[in-house]
Design a protein around this ligand. Structure first.
Ligand code: SPD
Length: 346
């Protein structure tokens, strides 16, 4: 009997050392670059003992392709934009969340909860949202900039910057040509594609990673930009201005989700709940300058932050703006027209 108990204890000991990462207290995060401050990640580890393994992506497409190939494995937490979430749910790439473990969920603005891409937020918890608006250099451009169609003005040839983010930039082209940025009509996409073709120029820049720099160093004079990037660029070049164009601008909402093959599921829930704390969400917002959906965080903003219409757009600013959503089967059309454009544009 003694011998049996000893062998059992030994087996249990060996088994426990062979347990997956969860027992070792790890959390593997794959996120947009420049989206969570390093010291926030460090504070989570200090508080919980959970070691974070962190890597970044620059586009939804990169993140999605990777998860698809890996069949939802390899990461415990990612942060797609809303228009990718519906598709990822359908593809079986996401795990249902246990909302009982998210004590701070009530802090999130109900306006960004229960949206059509994930009714009842079974899979996703909003992290940040923002606009893809128009930026221009007021020292180089003296007259008023009000429209996406200003990008086509001959004097800006070779001085235009747009992201190589298909849905944002196609969204701009759709708005400029009088369509909805979520249109599924081929004729609208054709017109948008034609608009983009007019911007093909070897000196124009289509690169999300270069965006801030080319505006700051005045290689480009005008372009489309996420509001967080715009505010960072505006801190470095006081001549930069951000405009909500009269046709409206594409909006995004990025949310935390747990991939279906995640190993450290408890730790991912603990992290999401940590990020929902008002003062933690505040630190992300202050560093990267996107819009927080955390109502308790909004109460912590000072007057200057609240009055900053790039950081905190008014209802009037958002009047014609449109959240980019999933487009179902039309995603292949988008991909086709985008590829046709971008392969020769860069
Ligand atoms: N640097 C973080 C940027 C996050 C932006 N996400 C928005 C994606 C919309 N396509």
């Amino acid at each position: 009997m003694k011998r049996f108990l000893f062998s059992l204890a030994l087996c249990l000991l060996l088994l426990s050392t062979a347990l997956p990462a969860q027992a070792a207290g790890k959390l593997i995060i794959y996120n947009w670059s420049e989206y969570i401050p390093d010291d926030v990640l460090e504070d989570f580890t200090k508080e919980t003992g959970i070691e974070i393994i962190y890597s970044t992506y620059e586009s939804n497409e990169t993140m999605h392709d990777k998860l698809l190939v890996q069949k939802g494995r390899g990461y415990d937490l990612v942060c797609p934009s809303s228009y990718f979430i519906e598709q990822m749910i359908k593809e079986g790439l996401l795990l249902k969340l246990d909302k009982n473990r998210l004590k701070n969920l009530g802090n999130i603005d109900p306006k960004v909860m229960n949206l059509v891409f994930d009714p009842d937020n079974q899979y996703s918890i909003p992290y940040m949202w923002g606009t893809y608006g128009l930026i221009y250099n007021s020292a180089r451009i003296k007259d008023a900039i009000t429209s996406w169609n200003d990008l086509l003005r001959p004097e800006f040839k070779g001085r235009v910057m747009l992201y190589d983010d298909p849905r944002m930039t196609m969204g701009v082209a759709l708005l400029a040509t009088g369509s909805n940025p979520n249109s599924t009509r081929e004729e609208d996409l054709q017109a948008a594609h034609k608009f983009l073709l007019k911007l093909r120029d070897p000196k124009n820049v289509f690169d999300v990673t270069a965006a801030k720099n080319v505006m700051v160093n005045e290689q480009s004079y005008i372009g489309g930009i996420w509001n967080g990037d715009a505010l960072v660029a505006m801190e470095e070049n006081a001549d930069l201005r951000f405009v909500y164009p009269k046709e409206g601008a594409p909006l995004f909402l990025d949310s935390f989700v747990i991939p279906s093959g995640a190993i450290n599921v408890d730790n991912a829930h603990a992290f999401i709940d940590f990020m929902l704390r008002p003062e933690i969400a505040m630190r992300s917002q202050e560093e990267y300058l996107y819009c927080t959906p955390n109502l308790e965080t909004l109460k912590l903003l000072d007057k200057e932050q609240l009055d900053n219409r790039v950081l905190n757009p008014t209802a009037e600013d958002l009047k014609s703006c449109v959240f980019v959503s999933g487009v179902g089967e039309a995603k292949d059309l988008y991909a086709r027209y985008w590829e046709k454009f971008i392969t020769n544009a860069k």
